[in-house]
Every structure is written in structure tokens, then in C-alpha cells.
Design a protein around this ligand. Structure first.
Ligand code: NAP
Length: 252
């Protein structure tokens, strides 16, 4: 197993790409802290608890931590809790993300801020305390989940594209800051993946996109999880500041 003895924290891990990543890391022997957005009706918590049980069934330790990663203090408390309960943190996957699509003329300032805060602000909020800890230990790996949209742009997604392009700049800058301390920082840029995030998109529009993808189909969460496992593993020990596209050739 490639990640035996490693401790990981994944934001937004109650479903989709985050959940698949939690299970993929656990299959490689890592213990995993599962973050979810703390909702009032408890649905997200119960989803996250189900992922915890799946991780444990693979023989790894698991924690569930509710925190809104768009907010600095709860994010810092979450990182501190993972370090406290696991003893250390080797891997951070900044995965949490949302869409609030609208063309710029219809986009509210509120939805601009919300998308920037969740998709990009979360990377500051979680990476800062994690990076300080990793730097002190002179080991660690951070993966930021960006998007093909951050590379190519898209109608109706100025907010999301700005956040994901920001994530790429953030990744490269932090990689330069931390390389000297033995800490690597990379990004994955998923293409069009079959998750809750894309399920409500108009089927005719989805078909148009599918036809633009050279491999001929959408990706699944496990495709991204496999790329993240590689980036945090020792096989990628000479890779930092990289953006790994996983998009079926949609954008190259
Ligand atoms: P998803 O199924 O909607 O999952 C998003 C996750 O983010 C959920 O677990 C959600 O947690 C969490 N989240 C949202 N706001 C949060 C907050 N404020 N605090 C904590 N957690 C929060 O979508 P997905 O497709 O797996 O997306 C995962 C990542 O991949 C995102 O960054 C997304 O932008 C990126 N991505 C996806 C695609 C795609 O085609 N699906 C393509 C490119 C990039 P709760 O469930 O607890 O609310």
C-alpha cells in the first residue's frame, strides 16, 4: 500500500470526488478525516458518517469534522482537530466546491463572493494552518481541486472560472514557498465529471459537451481520486507546482 501510515484531511468529502478520494486514500492505507458542510437538517453529516464507516471498513481510521471551509476560524479549528486526533497531518486535499452559474449581467455580487469564498477562500483557510504544520515536520503534500474551467473559461461561469484559475496560481505560488521545506503542492483539473454538481445540467447541453470530449464520455469521481492518490504518493516525489488535467482530452 502506497500511503501506509499517512494521515489525510479532505474537504467536502461527504459525496462525489471528495468521497471517492477518501476511499482511494484509505485503500492505500491512509487514515482520513472527512469534512462536510455543517447543515441544520443533518443530511450532510449523515452522508459524511456513511463515508467514515466505508473508510473504517477498509481498515483505516476515520474522523468526521463539520466545518464551513469558506470561513477561516472553523477551517483552522478543523485542521487543528485532525492534527490533534491523528497526531499529525501528511495530506490535505482542498476539494470542497460549489457552482452558482449565471452570465455576468445576471450574476449577483453575493454569488460572486460565495463561489470565490468556497472554492478559493477555502484553500487559504485550510492550507495555511496545514502548511505551517507540514513545514515544521518537513514533509507533506497538498492537492487543490481546480477545474478545466479555470484553464479554458466558460459562459456563465466567470465566478467559478476565476476561483479555479486562482486555485492554480495559488498552487504554483505555495509550491514555490514550501518546496524548500520538503512539502509538495499540486492541483488536479477535472473535466466534466458525473457527480451531483453536474447532474442538473440540461441533457441536451451535456450531450453537446460530450461530443467535444475525445475519449467520448464523462469522467467519474474515481478518475480524479486516482490522480490525487498518485500526486500525494511517493511516486510523485519530484512533482510540485503541477496541474494534472483529468478531462478525457476535452482541453489539452
Ligand atoms: P459535489 O458532489 O457537489 O461535492 C462538493 C462537495 O463540496 C460536497 O461534499 C460539499 O459538502 C462540499 N462543500 C460545498 N461547500 C462547502 C463548504 N462551505 N464547506 C465544506 N464543504 C463544502 O461536487 P464534486 O463534483 O464532487 O466536486 C468536488 C470538487 O471538484 C469541487 O471543487 C468542484 O469544483 C470540482 N470539480 C468538479 C467537476 C465536475 O464536473 N463535477 C469538474 C471540475 C472540478 P456537503 O455535501 O456537506 O455540502
Amino acid at each position: 500500500m502506497r500511503l501506509e501510515g499517512k494521515r489525510a484531511l479532505i474537504t467536502g468529502a461527504s459525496q462525489g470526488i471528495g468521497r471517492a478520494t477518501a476511499l482511494a486514500l484509505a485503500r492505500e492505507g491512509a487514515d482520513v478525516a472527512i469534512n462536510y458542510y455543517p447543515d441544520s437538517d443533518g443530511v450532510h453529516r449523515s452522508n459524511a458518517e456513511a463515508v467514515v464507516e466505508e473508510v473504517k471498513s477498509l481498515g483505516s481510521q476515520a474522523l468526521v469534522i463539520g466545518a464551513d471551509v469558506a470561513q477561516e476560524e472553523p477551517s483552522a479549528a478543523m485542521v487543528a482537530q485532525a492534527i490533534e486526533e491523528f497526531g499529525c497531518l501528511d495530506i490535505l486535499v482542498n476539494n470542497a466546491g460549489i457552482l452558482r452559474d449565471a452570465t455576468l449581467r445576471n450574476l449577483s455580487r453575493e454569488h460572486w463572493d460565495e463561489v470565490l469564498d468556497v472554492n478559493l477562500g477555502s484553500m487559504f483557510n485550510c492550507s495555511k494552518p496545514a502548511a505551517i504544520h507540514m513545514r515544521e515536520r518537513a514533509t507533506g503534500s497538498i492537492v487543490n481541486v481546480a477545474s478545466v474551467i479555470g484553464l479554458m473559461g466558460n459562459i456563465g461561469q466567470t465566478n467559478y472560472a476565476a476561483a479555479k484559475a486562482g486555485a492554480i496560481g495559488f498552487t504554483k505560488s505555495l509550491a514555490r514557498e514550501l518546496a524548500h521545506y520538503g512539502v509538495r503542492v499540486n492541483a488536479v483539473a477535472p473535466g466534466f465529471m458525473d457527480t451531483d454538481m453536474t447532474r442538473t445540467i440540461d441533457p441536451a447541453f451535456k450531450e453537446q459537451i460530450r461530443q467535444q470530449i475525445p475519449l467520448g464520455h464523462f469522467g467519474v469521481p474515481d478518475d480524479i481520486a486516482a490522480a490525487i492518490v498518485f500526486l500525494v504518493s511517493d511516486e510523485a516525489r519530484y512533482i510540485t507546482g503541477e496541474v494534472l488535467s483529468v478531462n478525457g482530452g476535452w482541453y489539452m
